[in-house]
Design a protein around this ligand. Structure first.
Ligand SMILES: Cc1cc2nc3c(=O)[nH]c(=O)nc-3n(C[C@H](O)[C@H](O)[C@H](O)COP(=O)(O)OP(=O)(O)OC[C@H]3O[C@@H](n4cnc5c(N)ncnc54)[C@H](O)[C@@H]3O)c2cc1C
Length: 437
């Protein structure tokens, strides 16, 4: 056997899940090492400068849903980290069913249909316990596409276009590939309040996600960057983790926190369960997301929200900061091929589609879809997945415990979900280590 270092626990991945799990273990006096492939902490959160300016922005995870995310609140309190509200969108426009409006998103003669649709969601969400796995609650009939969920209502065009924005907002998926069950669970998580669901996630870290990532990492004993894990082998005695450089680390257990879409890129011996392999192969995390930033010459529109019937995957463009006398706006799309987001010209065309006459000065984005250590953005379930495999995603396999926002029970896809799974995996590790000297 190769010479190897010995630890109680090896944690793989230094995003919110991995760092929190390692910090929890250190709190319990357990020796853990964190191995991270990137040259930075934070994973799918990344607070860095916009283009060639000094303005810091979030390339990945950004907003919090205060009042409903107690685990994040506990971390904010522990480290005394400030948060703030994103700017109020005083001048907002809708682009629904080809029409640009302000005020109410659908024409008044469609209000009854909109109410019927909202009631349909509230009744369905009322059946969901958002703190229990979704495959244990008899919810198969809700685990259909957003299209299928609303089909019985035969909704008029503007109402449907408005409702079709939500899969893009919440999971950067289109209506055909988004599980209604996942969105309905999000509604249940905010007290089944349609308004809270609509207004979800308006707080941001004053000094970026990095402020919390650095604080948690500061309480971890040993974090190693530029260390890519290539294989994991376990037997009754322990686990052997081998890096792509050939270094071997032995531990009594591993906490695995890489994105679900990357699980099949590593050799596990014995192999992971078929359920986990299939979930990873299905690219269930959203792998078509565009989050782009554009410095736009000031105009009188703070935000535009667009239904998919009009705008080639673009769902929203909103002002987040004022920079150099211009507005720095963030936009989301579920179609990375619709515009060339690598160029100012391509981004200008996207912005022009939402706000005619607007002029993009600079633009920036990170392509999470082609990033091999993410292979997508945040989790968005496809129809039929959660009602069949939700529990399986986070089920420990021998000495390998799993944590990631992609496999959370509640707040899947959110930083809050990463914290939830980190607490569970670190508690399981403590129990596992306590069971045998
Ligand atoms: C564009 C975008 C917008 C988002 N917006 C929000 C938002 O507004 N609010 C919100 O709450 N969430 C948001 N999210 C989601 C949130 O950022 C993530 O869900 C969360 O940060 C994931 O944390 P994690 O620790 O589970 O995974 P990750 O952050 O992905 O951490 C996993 C780590 O594992 C590393 N890794 C992968 N493979 C290996 C390997 N073989 N060896 C070693 N290391 C490896 C990766 O480099 C990574 O650092 C967004 C995400 C994106 C991309």
């Amino acid at each position: 056997m190769t010479d190897s270092e010995q630890f109680d626990v090896v944690v793989v991945g230094a995003g919110f899940a991995g760092l929190t799990a390692a910090r929890n273990l250190k709190d319990k006096g357990i020796t853990a090492v964190v191995l991270e492939s990137r040259d930075r902490l934070g994973g799918r959160t990344w607070y860095r400068k916009f283009a060639d300016t000094d303005q810091l922005i979030e390339m990945g995870g950004n907003w919090l849903t205060m009042n409903y995310q107690p685990l994040m609140q506990a971390e904010l309190d522990r480290y005394d980290i400030p948060i703030e509200l994103s700017p109020e969108m005083a001048a907002s426009e809708w682009l629904i069913n080809g029409k640009r409006t302000r005020g109410f998103p659908v024409p008044l003669d469609e209000i009854k249909s909109l109410e019927k649709a909202v009631l349909h969601c509230v009744r369905a969400a009322d059946r969901i316990d958002p703190y229990a796995p979704l495959d244990t609650q008899g919810l198969e009939d809700l685990d259909v596409s957003w299209d299928e969920f609303f089909a019985p209502l035969d909704l008029p065009r503007a109402t449907w276009d408005f409702l079709s924005m939500f899969p893009v907002f919440y999971a950067a998926r289109d209506t055909a590939s988004m599980s209604a069950l996942m969105l309905l669970q999000q509604l249940a998580l905010v007290g089944n309040s349609p308004w809270s669901f609509f207004a979800i996630g308006h707080h941001r870290f004053t000094h970026g996600t990095k402020s919390m990532i650095d604080a948690i990492a500061g309480d971890c004993a040993d974090v190693r960057l530029n260390t890519h894990v290539a294989s994991v082998t376990q037997d009754d005695d322990g686990v052997e983790v081998t890096t792509s450089e050939g270094d071997v680390l032995r531990a009594r257990c591993v906490i695995w926190t890489t994105p679900l879409n990357c699980w099949n890129d590593v050799t596990f011996t014995p192999a992971l369960s078929q359920g986990k392999q299939d979930a990873a192969a299905g690219a269930h995390s959203s792998d078509m997301t565009v989050k782009f930033w554009a410095l736009v010459e000031k105009n009188d529109v703070d935000a535009v929200m667009a239904g998919p019937s009009t705008n080639r995957g673009l769902a929203v463009l909103s002002r987040e900061y004022d920079v150099e006398g211009s507005a720095l706006k963030v936009g989301f799309s579920c179609d990375p091929t619709a515009f060339d987001f690598n160029s100012v010209e391509g981004t200008d065309a996207a912005v022009e589609a939402l706000t005619p006459g607007a002029h993009v000065i600079k633009s920036d984005w990170h392509d999470w879809n082609t990033d091999v250590l993410a292979k997508g953005s945040w989790f968005g379930a496809r129809p039929g997945m959660l009602s069949t495999t939700h529990s399986e995603l986070s089920r420990p396999e021998g000495r390998i415990l799993f944590a990631s926002s992609d496999i959370a029970v509640s707040f899947m896809g959110w930083m809050e979900g990463a914290l939830e799974t980190a607490h569970k995996a670190s508690a399981d590790a403590v129990a596992l280590l306590g069971s045998r000297p």
